[in-house]
Design a protein around this ligand. Sequence first.
Ligand SMILES: Cc1cc2nc3c(=O)[nH]c(=O)nc-3n(C[C@H](O)[C@H](O)[C@H](O)COP(=O)(O)O)c2cc1C
Length: 362
Amino acid sequence: MTPYSLARPLLFRLDPEKAHELALRALDLAGATGSARLLAGCPVEDPVDVMGLRFRNRVGLAAGLDKNAAHVDGLAGLGFGFLEVGTVTPRPQAGNPRPRLFRLPAREALINRMGFNNDGLDVFLANVARMRYRGVLGINLGKNADTPLERAADDYLTGMERVYAHAAYITINISSPNTARLRELQTHDALDELLAALAAQRARLAREQGRTVPLALKIAPDLDGAQVQAITALLLRHGIDAVIATNTTLARDGVAGLPDADQAGGLSGAPLRATALQRLRELRALLPPEYPIIGVGGILTADDARARIEAGATLLQLYTGLIYRGPSLIGQCARAARDAARRAPAHEPAGSRANGKRSPGA
Ligand SMILES: Cc1cc2nc3c(=O)[nH]c(=O)nc-3n(C[C@H](O)[C@H](O)[C@H](O)COP(=O)(O)O)c2cc1C
């Protein structure tokens, strides 16, 4: 019996988005009073060097739970190895009308069509300036809904310019299903152009600021083999440092007939597990053994974490599992990932650099 198993039935009686806001506020309080460890247990210390950064352990928070970087210190108390905040867009936007988040408890799944609701870069950066957290902070960037697709690169470039000095790594999110046409940026020519622009700006910022911030690309699970192959070639061509696989799925495998299964949006949690694992396997087969892959999607148990590391993930992220299993999942997954990585050293990043600094363009 964990504190979360007591709180969950109460939270699940509330509207999902309200429950989410309440839980984050409770977490802020727990962070302020130093009681977060009561929820999550002792953090797992398993330092690992990836992308030139030192991670406390292999299990991070996936993007979307803290879109405005408003709860970083509370979340940090739960023992994550790293935190990814955002998606942040240049200008504030309301996202889709509520309700836009649905629980499918029979399958430990969520469907969301939040639509990048966030307070924009000004508020985001003010929040980052206030946080006390000193661990690895990934910042996930998106485009505003009303920015035409042809101008999408401008939004990512603006985001990169503004967050560069504050991010341990930056994620380019082109895989949310809830911003019209966003996923078209995953097609070969659009992605080639976008990554070229981002890599050029990163090289300039690295020269100006004396620090190369790693870039990660977050992809959808709904890609065929040819698309995955095209994406891996572009990651390598443009010197992108990592890939995050995967975002939510448009498929409804395993949930058909359940209440709310037909809601528009992206499905996450247990029904995404097999597809996310499959995309990870394809990526690992196509990318060099030391290339960092962050595995996310349907990790709800220590066994899931172990399977993802064995399939070649370097790091992991959690979202829906936290809602269904609570914060104790973080430590369980971090321990399982540590043990699996020790058994399968082939996936250890060979070129790992612990000092966090790389020469521009390296
Ligand atoms: C309510 C909700 C909001 C999300 N928002 C974002 C987001 O803003 N940016 C992003 O890159 N991913 C977002 N995601 C996707 C998650 O980061 C993750 O990739 C996905 O949910 C699969 O992992 P999971 O099965 O552990 O939840 C969101 C997911 C959920 C459930």
